[in-house]
Design a protein around this ligand. Structure first.
Ligand code: M6R
Length: 608
């Protein structure tokens, strides 16, 4: 999604903006631009393509100003081209704007402004903001922005420069992330922390409808009524290195290598003296007894973690669980009551569909428990209880380590609820925790055989279509394996429940079709062996993933067997996903794809 950086200080703005934007590249973008105020003139340089194209243009045209805004655009309204790129400038060149989000009523505003004599250069929704700020501007930029945000509907993070205000700029947000970095004699805005971490660790997290004035030596924040707000400084406690590649060719590989650590970081602090302690979750036995249903709501990979969550919570807590894709949940008029709890899962904590689904659940009276990676994110702040996944910054668009930690967190939640409810004993909890503790070293072992996976990918990267089949937890795992492959290698792929294949899809299996079979569920192992025989009888090539103990037996049926160290079937998905991620990674590499920045995708999806 779009990335915003803004700067005011004593340095030249352009290098700071470009450096910041480069740290936001992971979010996905198709064009980039900057604007600086140079002695009362707003200069704008923007173009389609990568940041390097923008840098080439900036080489030719030196911009010297010490205050500016920058943007990477992920097209929503209008194709990616130079004109549609941000910043957008108002009719008389008074105002420059960068925007992340979608202005839903931009057509009405456009008509109104056209009636006032404004003409439009781009197809974007953002351009109306630039003109509207100019329309309202009567000597106070913040007042004009306040009036504009009263009128616009939808989501926005905004950075706004004014030609006549050379020592300040304004920012605002609603439903799209924006932070303010607090420096010494300089201040920043950004869509995400990595963009400014090199300069400061002190940040303000803007709340919805807050507006801020940034000057070199001060930041003032106001609520939607114009009253000053006293913000708390949030101290970032991770390093710049955590958001850099550290010698790996891609963030995705680096992040897979971090899986053992981040799973440990997510579980270890929650096991104290051998006991499960989730002190951030204040759900009592009475609260749990009251529940007649749990919803789990998320998008993409986080949704797939939620599907595993459904199986384990139902199994361990005997509470019915419905798992929903957030964009569907929002609009399907779900039957929510005070007897429900909704578990929201999100790495970024900013996914717009997920955030709005959370609000839908709350409106119906549901308690909200979120499993979130980014501390202080919108979803975390809107929840009753938050269990953080300590995955650290995840930069690659394809989510890897965050998924392992989401699963680990879901198991902890299921154990906590089950223990409080009395559906599982302390002994059962301890024995499951013992199995979970084996996962990090298990992943370390899996990472050691990555070269074998690369060889297999080398032999199969030309596949046109790949099927993933599994049963129970392995079906959920198949969905995640299939998504990973699709998003970074662009190979068509589908995930099916093993038993469902023969109801239609098996018609697509022909000689050489690759079928990937996660088989970590002991009680369904033989059923899956039968499914493998069915597809092999039709010419399929089978890659199976199972525990080491099944290797010998499975090698008789599958063409290639990848193993995970032996671990109880219940928790096996936490490590069994890693070979699937490695497989997707190497397939993408073999096909020459841009692994960390796959086409059309954004890391943090902050629009509908
Ligand atoms: O930040 P979130 O966990 O809310 O993001 C949800 C999805 O957008 C995300 O998991 C997406 O599917 C990833 N690209 C998958 O690798």
């Amino acid at each position: 999604m779009c990335g915003i950086v803004g700067y005011i200080g004593n340095k030249k703005a352009i290098p700071v903006l470009i450096n910041g934007l480069s740290k936001l590249e992971y979010r996905g973008y198709d064009s980039a631009g900057v604007s600086v105020n140079e002695n009362g003139v707003l200069k704008v340089i923007k173009c389609k393509g990568r940041l390097s194209c923008l840098e080439d243009r900036l080489e030719a045209e030196k911009l010297e100003g010490c205050m500016g805004i920058g943007h990477t655009r992920w097209a929503t309204h209008g194709e990616p081209n130079d004109v549609n790129s941000h910043p957008h400038i108002s009719q008389s060149g008074e105002i420059a704007v960068v925007h992340n989000g979608i202005i839903e009523n931009y057509m009405q505003i456009k008509e109104f402004l056209a009636g006032q004599g404004y003409t439009f250069q781009s197809e974007t929704d953002t351009e109306v903001i630039a003109h509207l700020v100019e329309y309202y501007y009567e000597g106070s930029l913040v007042d004009a922005v306040m009036k504009v945000i009263d009128e616009i509907e939808g989501s926005y993070a905004l950075g706004v420069l004014c030609r006549d205000e050379q020592d300040m700029f304004v920012c605002a947000r609603k439903d799209s992330p924006l932070i303010i970095g607090l420096g010494e004699g300089e201040n920043f805005i950004a869509s995400d922390i990595p963009a400014i971490l090199e300069y400061t660790r002190n940040i303000y997290i803007l709340e919805d409808k807050e507006v801020a004035i940034l000057k070199r030596d001060s930041v003032q924040v106001f609520n939607s009524l114009g009253a000053p707000v006293k913000k708390e400084v949030f101290k970032v406690d991770w390093n710049v290195e955590a958001a850099e590649k550290g010698g790996f060719e891609h963030f995705m590989m680096k992040e897979m290598y971090e899986e053992p650590k981040v799973v440990r970081d997510t579980i270890n602090p929650r096991i104290q003296n051998g006991e499960l302690v989730l002190d951030s979750i204040n759900i009592t036995k009475e609260d749990i007894d009251k529940l007649d249903k749990i919803y789990i709501v998320a998008c993409g990979t986080a949704y797939h973690a939620g599907v595993i969550g459904k199986y384990i919570i139902e199994r361990l807590c005997r509470i019915p669980v419905e798992v929903d894709v957030a964009s569907e949940f929002r609009y399907r008029d779900p039957l929510i009551s005070e007897r429900n709890m909704t578990i929201i899962i999100s790495q970024s904590g900013e996914t717009l569909d997920t955030l709005f689904a959370l609000r839908e659940a709350r409106k119906g009276g549901s308690r909200i428990l979120s499993i979130v990676n980014v501390v202080g994110s919108s979803i975390a702040r809107d929840s009753d209880d938050v269990l953080y996944t300590w995955a650290g910054p995840e930069i690659a668009v394809a989510s890897t380590k965050a998924y392992n930690t989401q699963l680990a967190a879901l198991y902890l939640v299921a154990l906590d609820l089950g223990l409080k409810k009395g559906t599982i004993t302390k002994e059962q909890v301890n024995s499951i925790l013992d199995e979970i503790k084996k996962i990090p070293s298990g992943i370390e072992e899996i990472l050691k055989y990555k070269d074998g996976i690369q060889k297999f990918a080398h032999a199969h990267f030309n596949s046109k279509s790949i099927f993933f089949i599994g049963r129970s937890l392995d079906y959920a795992l198949s969905m995640e394996g299939s998504l990973k492959l699709k998003e970074i290698s662009y190979i068509h792929s589908e995930a099916y429940a093993g038993g469902e294949l023969k109801h239609g899809t098996i018609a697509l299996i022909e000689k050489g079709t690759l079928v990937v079979c996660p088989m970590t569920q002991d009680c369904l192992f033989e059923k899956m062996v039968s499914n493998i025989r069915e597809v092999k009888a039709r010419g399929a090539v089978v890659l199976a993933i199972t525990q080491e103990k099944h290797r010998e037996e499975l090698e008789k049926t599958a063409d290639m067997v990848l193993t995970i160290p032996d671990v109880d079937s219940l928790v096996a998905p936490i490590s069994a996903v890693t070979p699937l991620q490695l497989f997707a990674y190497y397939m993408a590499i073999e096909r020459g794809c841009d692994v960390d920045k796959p086409r059309n995708l954004a890391k943090s999806v902050t629009v509908e």
